[in-house]
Design a protein around this ligand. Structure first.
Ligand code: B12
Length: 594
């Protein structure tokens, strides 16, 4: 096959890129100044790293547990770190690790942080703050969000090592996440590579974590390409940088067979212990009671998978409030009590999947992944990329993005009349999205969407952050309802979005927002539009909440009314856009007739 799919100069137009040898040397030299320190977890378990601890747990056949925590307040996080562990212990259950969900403003270098738009996560100002948090209980700390992959990668990694943290990520986020207003990809790349080199330069094995679902797993339609991405990341971290990778996956894996088979396939292609297996968060869409069923469904599979193939991935029972907002302490505790009890009850039960079918699926995944990996390396080489240069490799993968990588290097057969390939193993995200599109089209038509047909309304669809499923849903539904769709971008800044709306002569903006920045973002967008003399209707949906600035509150609060007061067309669900559009453009919707 012809694998030279792009010109080097299109993707790497810089006349010169930083020298990777210098970057790696600098990072490694810093290890003397920033050596790994001890902490409560390492001391209590008499181990040098979480890797050593994981290997011990694998040998003992004990399944590890992970709790993700992301409160804004440092004091509350410290309390929760100690209390969740203690209360579980009293009930006879163990918690092995906490995932600390930093705020996205933490991705910015320290001196720029205070001016940034804040999300909902934890802000740790100084190294001492990392140290205090991590020593609040003898539980391993995992720092994976807004660490590697951001301009502050190096300074955050220094702080984490000083707190005795031995699993740091997140390579997945390097490839897909952006910070508002930050355009310097070279600085981001250098900081990330230096941070990895600093980890590699330690006397102990520090695991370089990657959450595949933060990376391309959300975008790829073919699961074998997701596994292929794990192979590529392993090559980057282990072969090029001399580190050790630990993968995580799970948000988008809903089908029991696929979830189970993927773990086995991952163990085959990337044998080092994994970090954690993330809860199937995309299946949380209902009430708490409904979400408990989702929790149970994926935990049963994960327990069975660990019993048949111990990989050291810690199970992550996600609290059932996940789809409403950041879970509170009691909700985290409840999910863990549920998981602890379920582990006991599952003892001796047969796995909830067909083992032979899982084995076959796992083989298909590994075969497809290897084709993806080989195609990508060959294709990059043929396009003039130095595949042994980590700066070039990291930047090229990030700049090409998931769609092109999958369409060009995927193992599936190319489809006629499209750039896509038929997936070897179709992702659960695609299946769920196809179903949701039909449901939403039907509901929208019932709500009177046909009266908008023929108007050729031009709708710019954008997201304020990495969450793009809502955007894709809107694009597909509204285009089949006869609207003209303009791509407003993912993680797009308000000034850029207003520019797109102006140049495309759009009639409406549809904005999806999830990161707890709804109000600030909307205000900035409205100001930008005003400056351009535009007064476009803006539909907005997703997670319409925010932590008010200068507050002691740790959880975001709903800002629906504030958005309405400022003129936004708030849409709790997609179908709410129909009466709003009908009213604005003077069309009658069925509701008007009642
Ligand atoms: C999938 C997911 C991810 C994926 C996203 C993958 C991708 N490329 O899209 C990944 C794993 C990458 C991810 C990352 C993060 N996530 Co997330 N994620 C989710 C999750 C599970 C689903 C969101 C989703 O896509 N839903 C699918 C859409 C189609 O459904 P929906 O939202 O219900 O949409 C309906 C309506 O809302 C409406 N709608 C939505 N938007 C719009 C817009 C308009 C105009 C209209 C008309 C209608 C409309 O239409 C739909 C149909 O009716 C939610 C939790 C949950 N279960 O909901 C958390 C969640 C949104 N994430 C959250 C967070 C905090 C993050 C991170 C910041 C975590 C971190 N620290 O790393 C990062 C984001 C980093 C960044 N740079 O932005 C929080 C947000 C918290 C809050 N605001 O209170 C949530 C709620 C989870 C939680 N409880 O902590 N996430």
């Amino acid at each position: 096959m012809d694998t030279a799919c792009f010109e080097r100069s299109e993707i790497l137009p810089e006349p010169e890129l930083p020298d990777p040898v210098e970057i790696i040397d600098l990072g490694k030299q810093m290890a003397r100044q920033w050596p790994l320190q001890g902490n409560a977890f390492l001391k209590a378990n008499c181990c040098t790293s979480e890797l050593q601890y994981k290997q011990r747990m694998i040998a003992r056949g004990r399944i590890m547990k992970h709790a993700h925590m992301g409160f804004r307040s440092r004091q509350k996080s410290i309390r929760a770190y100690a209390e969740i562990h203690e209360r579980l212990l009293k009930k006879g259950f163990t918690l092995d690790r906490y995932g600390i969900c930093l705020d996205w403003s933490m991705g910015f270098p320290r001196h720029l942080r205070s001016e940034q738009m804040q999300g909902t996560g934890l802000i740790l100002e100084e190294t001492e703050d990392f140290v205090e948090l991590v020593n609040s209980a003898p539980v391993a700390a995992h720092f994976g969000d807004f660490m590697l992959g951001f301009p502050a990668a190096l300074e955050n990694t220094c702080s984490a090592l000083s707190a005795g943290v031995t699993v740091i990520g997140n390579i997945g986020q390097y490839f897909t996440f952006s910070l508002p207003g930050w355009k310097d990809e070279i600085e981001t790349t250098c900081s990330t590579l230096k941070a990895i080199a600093l980890m590699v330069g330690q006397d102990t094995d520090i695991l370089v974590h990657s959450n595949l679902d933060d990376g391309f797993a959300a975008v790829f339609e073919d699961v074998s390409c997701i596994l292929g991405a794990a192979l590529v990341e392993r090559y980057l971290v282990e072969d090029l940088l001399g580190g050790r990778i630990a993968h995580c996956f799970g948000h988008h894996f809903s089908s029991p067979l696929l979830r189970y088979a993927f773990l086995h396939a991952l163990a085959e292609v990337s044998p080092g212990p994994g970090s954690m297996i993330y809860g199937n968060t995309t299946s949380y869409g209902g009430t708490d009671a409904e979400n408990f069923a989702s929790l149970s469904a994926y935990l049963r599979v994960d327990i069975a998978a660990q019993r048949s193939c111990a990989t050291g991935h810690a199970l992550n029972p996600v609290p059932v409030s996940e789809n409403r907002r950041i879970p509170d302490m009691q909700e985290i505790l409840d999910a863990h009590l549920f998981a602890g009890r379920l582990c006991d009850l599952e003892e001796g039960l047969v796995p909830p999947v067909d083992i032979d079918a899982a084995r076959q699926l796992s083989d298909r995944l590994t075969d497809g992944a290897r084709v993806f990996y080989d195609n990508l390396i060959r294709g990059f080489r043929e396009s003039g990329i130095d595949v042994e240069n980590p700066v070039e490799m990291f930047l090229t993968i990030r700049r090409l993005g998931g769609r092109r990588l999958e369409n060009w290097y995927g193992p599936g057969k190319p489809e006629e009349l499209s750039e896509r390939r038929a997936p070897v193993v179709m992702s659960d995200t695609v299946k769920a999205m196809d179903q949701e599109v039909s449901v939403q089209i039907r509901r929208a038509r019932e709500a009177g969407a046909d009266s908008l047909r023929g108007m050729k309304l031009k709708l710019v669809v954008a997201t304020t952050d990495v969450h793009e499923h809502g955007k894709r849903l809107l694009e597909r539904v509204f285009s089949s309802l006869g609207l003209v769709i303009v791509d407003g971008g993912i993680s797009v800044d308000p000034d850029v979005l207003s520019g797109i709306a102006e140049s495309s002569k759009a009639d409406v903006i549809a904005l999806c927002t999830y990161n707890g920045v709804a109000l600030t973002y909307f205000e900035q967008l409205r100001d930008e539009l005003k400056e351009r003399g535009m007064n476009l209707p803006v539909l907005i949906g997703g997670q319409l909440n925010q932590i008010p600035r200068n507050t002691r509150s740790s959880l975001p609060i709903d800002v629906t009314q504030e958005l309405r007061d400022r003129g936004a067309m708030v849409c709790p669900s997609l179908v709410d856009a129909i009466p709003a559009l009908c009213a604005h453009f003077g069309r009658e919707s069925p509701g008007d007739r009642n």
